[in-house]
Design a protein around this ligand. Structure first.
Ligand SMILES: [Zn+2]
Length: 470
């Protein structure tokens, strides 16, 4: 079932080159430069929000590709002139917003697909019809907007209650179509048309014609593509996409089955654990933050008292010396840095030691349309390690790409709640593990899940092979 003959068939999804953002830093910038950059970023966000408000609804969903229609309409709106925003920033803001809207439609379609799959009131033909419609954007748009449409060829001959299904589709779409969150105003994107390098200095187009703003960089680099400029208090970070070729490891031939947990980061079905006790590391960080916040609250009380006493000098002193945000944020970031370094080191170790060709994990659990992490610990310090769950997944996906490893996500249904020994039902006993109520065995929660993932995936593979023989 698994390819263990040492040969690898490279699939396009794992061997193609991909882009990765490389970050560059500016030197400390003068106040005027930061003000200029903040102004651009603010207007950039305004343009994005305007584009969201006009084009994120169902009426515009088939207007988004290609982007020129939206660009032409926003150009004609007069907004650019009102903001006095250079074209290079304006058009990219529109394109950026359109990309966000399209990606939200993509997320929604995935969500609708899983909702359709889980709906027991739909027949297999119903489901096939709905999935086909979801795949064809124009048909999907026509149905949502109650416009005439042609039934897709794939389901042309089927007996279906189309009205009922279309109504259902409109209803679930309405229910799950989220509003676009308003755009952040601390960054903007710019193409090479909006910047240049002169005498080794990076310069951005300003609001004044033929006048560019110098942004000296820390390293002597030159780039030539669309970049993202993020503004920090006294400097900027510039993300430049760079093409990368994934590393190939002909000796990586194993399939590993991994449970991503909140106590131990990753448990494999072979019993190996990576990122042991991640929650402890995270909780030390949480405890430290709690202590810091306690101390800050005391200072806030002192500040309030000083203000009550009309002791302005003291109040000012407290505000500037004891309640600053810079140091607090720096310490918070450093704490998170310790955990993220640990996560990355352990993921690297997993890849090096297990030599996987393929890693099988479960999809994140969806709950009322929101992604939730299955966790059975409710103590507050798990919150911190929970917030790492998406980071772990992101880094794992990234490292798989980097190393030509196939990452497979399967549905998590049943992988946590059944016994991996006998398949019976059981429950979680805090600090002990998963206790099977049928065979009585107690297994580590992560290990039990990982073993179930292995079982489940092997069943899926068998089914696929059956299909291929027909
Ligand atoms: Zn059992």
């Amino acid at each position: 079932m698994e390819k263990n003959d040492g040969k690898r068939t490279d699939t396009s999804s794992t061997s193609a080159s991909y882009t990765k953002a490389v970050r560059h830093y500016s030197k400390k910038l003068p106040k005027e430069t930061i003000e200029f950059l903040n102004g651009i970023a603010k207007d950039y966000a305004k343009v994005k929000n305007y584009t969201y408000s006009r084009y994120s609804g169902i009426g515009s969903m088939d207007k988004l590709t290609p982007v020129y229609t939206v660009l032409n309409e926003t150009r004609a709106s007069g907004m650019r002139k009102n903001l006095d925003l250079p074209v290079v920033y304006f058009e990219l803001a529109v394109a950026d917003a359109v990309r966000d809207i399209k990606s939200r439609w993509g997320v929604l379609k995935n969500k609708l697909n899983s909702i359709i799959t889980a709906n027991g009131n739909l027949s297999d033909t119903d489901k096939m019809y709905l999935r086909t419609v979801l795949k064809i954007n124009t048909t999907f748009a026509d149905i949502l907007n109650r416009r005439p449409y042609k039934r897709p060829d794939k389901v042309a001959g089927e007996a279906l209650n189309e009205d009922r299904l279309n109504n259902y589709l409109r209803r679930v779409t309405r229910k799950h179509l989220t509003k676009m969150e308003s755009a952040r105003s601390d960054y903007f994107r710019v193409t090479p048309a909006g910047y240049s390098f002169k005498n080794g200095e990076f310069k951005l187009v300003s609001r004044v014609p033929r006048q560019r703003i110098a942004v000296p960089l820390k390293d002597a680099c030159i780039f030539d593509r669309q970049i993202l400029v993020k503004i920090c208090t006294d400097h900027v970070e510039i993300d430049v996409p760079v093409e990368r070729k994934p590393k190939s490891h002909p000796d990586y031939v194993n399939t590993v089955y991994a449970h991503i947990g909140s106590r131990n980061m990753i448990t494999l079905s072979n019993g190996h654990v990576y990122g042991k006790d991640l929650d402890t590391l995270a909780s030390i960080e949480t405890d430290r933050l709690v202590e810091i916040n306690k101390a800050r609250n005391k200072v806030r009380d002192a500040l309030a008292r000083a203000k009550d006493d009309k002791n302005e000098q003291k109040a000012r002193h407290i505000e500037t010396n004891n309640l600053g945000h810079k140091k607090y944020k720096r310490m918070k970031d450093r704490g998170r840095g310790i955990s993220t370094t640990f996560i990355n080191t352990e993921l690297n170790r997993l890849i090096k030691e297990e030599k996987p060709e393929k890693i099988v994990i479960t999809k994140r659990v969806m709950h009322n349309g929101r992604i939730e992490n299955k966790s059975f610990y409710k103590t507050s310090n798990v919150r911190q390690s929970r917030s790492f769950a998406s980071y772990i997944r992101k880094r794992l996906a990234c490292k798989c790409k980097d190393n030509s490893i196939e990452l497979v996500e399967i549905n998590s249904k049943g992988t946590g709640s059944t016994c991996s020994v006998c398949g019976g039902a059981g429950k979680f006993i805090p600090n002990e593990g998963f206790a099977c109520s049928e065979c009585g065995c107690i297994t580590d929660i992560g290990l039990n899940s990982a073993r179930n993932i292995e079982k489940k995936y092997k069943v899926i593979l068998c089914k696929d092979e059956d299909k291929q023989t027909f």
